[in-house]
Design a binder for this molecule. Sequence first.
Ligand code: FES
Ligand code: FES
Length: 257
Amino acid sequence: MDTDSRREDPHVDAHAVSRRNFLKGSGLAAALAAGVAAGGATAGFASLVGCAPGADEGASAASALDGELLYTCPLDGRTFATYEGLKEHFAQNHPERVVPEAMSLSINGAQYVVQVEPQWTLREALQYAVGLTGSAKEMCGRGECGSCTVLIDGAPALSCTTLAVECEGRLIETVEGIAADPAWAPLVDAYVKWDTMQCGYCTPGNLTMAKYILTQNPSPSADDIRLALSGNICRCGTYSRHVSAIQEAAGALKGGN
Ligand code: FES
Ligand code: FES
């Protein structure tokens, strides 16, 4: 990310994307805007080439991305209005290099057309091509810590070990989508109330797993939760708070609170 361009962007307010504000939902729009700014600043690597909102929750991201309709050569930064133009540019100027992929991703109810490198993981595509920085946390980068967990077709998946090009046509849900969904506000509120984060780095993966746990079992026991979260490592040791938060959210989601 180009830190200078981000610093100069008046839409990027570091205070507006604090972990608590983010989880409370009030920071979500700012987080998306910040993420978009971050994504836009990576035009040398990839650019978001189009976005069509498929649902209300995707509208803010979509409108913020209007005008970013360019395919970008990652080797020399030249931009093209069409994917065919980019391919022709590669054939003429970089015949020995692999042409980036253009693909469509369904994320949090919105449809994104993105340009990715063929070897990019879904985590990299979410961060660099879409600008979603909340769900793109990478701690280990090799499938061991769970911090990069997203839902693909409703099941948890490690975005650091999933290739982006495998995800076309599949439904991807990230922590940004969960935070924007009023139906899951009790879970977000419980995470805030129980102060489940210290540095917050593992929080998106844990919250995403928490949603999955509750969709599978509306009344999970403490042991059920510990077992389901056993793949999500927290270096700050917040483990017991997740159990409390998820059990409280379970009660609220059933109308118990
Ligand atoms: S960053 Fe993906 S599992 Fe650790
Ligand atoms: S809150 Fe720091 S890694 Fe979990």
